[in-house]
Design a protein around this ligand. Structure first.
Ligand code: ARG
Length: 405
């Protein structure tokens, strides 16, 4: 009889390496590893060989960078989705794509179970598991870190050595890091103390703004229907554009975020993020929306942005509500086309100019010079009616001064 197959979300780190061996022994299963590449820094050299040496029967490594930026990062950008006002959610938007990849491979390979290496107190277990339940409810899910016997890293290393699992001898960084093209998330170590400023060694994508060049750099970003298509007047694929912008922004110390955040599982945690491209693109995109969206749509969209951010963070990318709100977002983006010029300088991003063929800014209406075409007299009638509820209220209050004291 053919063995049971389990598809494992695999990074090649200690946890997922131990998991491959442990799962195949415990469940007498064939293990298929799945690695989705969402960034530049993933250690891919020898990864397939390592997975096979650890006991997997097959190792899939799939480059998803373009799909990740187009279909996940740029969707969240269009929505203006920043969790708790600041976090561009590199990690949170990566998980639904990885969940989809795991499902596709599991189904193709005839696996009945997906295993992941998330812990029981993080957000990522939520995003993986709700994603899998939403897209492929017939699959089983295993999260060994929530119930296996190893209580610490040392015990995992011991198991790895006993089982000939290659472990890197390098000293472990004090931080837990999750990185992709949209940004990096850094936690643990001294960062767990919110009274302490993040030490310099926590950062990897950005230079300290104090040490950034003393000459500002001007950049131009062109958007078409809410999507960035050109950087400095050169067409770039989505992943290329983000990569280049990370480099330029990082050089100027742009995109550092230090956040005390509310996790899905109820705890507050402190995380440090670096996301130069995401921070610049959100600022530029929002600026263009200020120019082209009518007042009510602009105001309403701010509520939608916040809701979409919460849904993404909470693992509900594949929900009906998310799809519905994104349909609204798309309807607002038809005129979000144009150019934004920004200046990067010692950690700051400043908008210098914005232009769009769909600009609603009308200088003749706005100006205080003789060219003014605004009908000042019409304001008189408008205010008689607009202020009427408040005038009425105060008149009534005044006639009952004693009674309502
Ligand atoms: N707090 C972030 C989120 O929930 C990042 C989580 C992963 N962070 C990490 N350093 N491993 O989206």
């Amino acid at each position: 009889m053919a063995k049971r197959k389990i598809a494992v979300a695999y990074s090649g780190g200690l946890d997922t390496s131990v998991m491959v061996k442990w799962l195949s022994a415990k469940y007498d299963a064939d293990i298929i590893t799945v690695t989705g590449v969402l960034g530049e820094t993933a250690e891919l050299d020898g990864l397939e060989e390592k997975a096979l040496r650890t006991g997997a029967i097959k190792a899939h490594i799939v480059d998803l960078k373009e799909e990740f930026i187009s279909n996940f990062a740029f969707q969240s950008l269009k929505a203006g989705a920043l969790y708790e006002g600041v976090y561009p959610m590199a990690t949170a938007i990566g998980r639904p794509l990885l969940a989809k990849l795991l499902i596709d491979i599991a189904l193709n390979e005839g696996a009945d179970t997906i295993a992941h290496g998330c812990t029981g107190k993080g957000n990522d277990q939520v995003r993986f598991e709700v994603g899998i339940q939403s897209l492929a409810p017939q699959l089983n899910i295993l999260a060994p870190l929530r119930f296996w016997e190893f209580k610490c890293r040392e015990e995992e290393i011991e198991y790895a050595l006993e089982n000939n699992i290659p472990v890197k001898a390098t000293k472990k960084s004090p931080y837990s890091i999750d990185e992709n093209l949209w940004g990096v998330a850094i936690e643990c170590g001294i960062l767990e103390d919110p009274t302490q400023a993040p030490p310099e060694d926590a950062y990897r994508m950005t230079i300290n703004p104090k040490l950034a060049p003393s000459n500002p750099e001007t950049i131009t970003i062109e958007f078409k229907k809410g999507i960035p298509i050109e950087l400095n007047n050169h067409f770039r694929s989505p992943a290329e554009l983000v990569k280049e912008l990370n480099f330029i922004g990082g050089k100027h110390g742009v995109g550092r975020i230090d956040l005390i955040e509310n996790r899905v599982v109820g705890i507050k945690s402190r995380e440090v993020y670096e996301a130069p491209a995401a921070v610049i693109l959100h600022k530029a995109h929002y600026e263009l929306e200020k120019l082209v969206l009518d007042k009510e749509t602009f105001r309403y969209k701010q509520d939608v942005s916040n809701k979409v951010a919460n849904l993404i963070y909470d693992g509900l990318w594949y929900s009906t509500l998310f799809k519905g709100l994104m349909a609204f977002v798309d309807s607002t983006q038809k005129t979000v086309t144009g150019k934004v010029v920004l200046e990067l300088y010692k950690g700051n991003v400043t908008v210098l100019s914005r232009t769009s063929p769909f600009s609603l800014y009308n200088k003749e209406l706005a100006t205080y010079t003789a060219e003014d075409t605004f009908d000042h007299k019409a304001a008189e009638g408008f205010l008689k009616i607009y202020g009427l509820p408040y005038k009425t209220l105060t008149l009534v209050k005044n006639s009952f001064v004693e009674e309502i004291k």
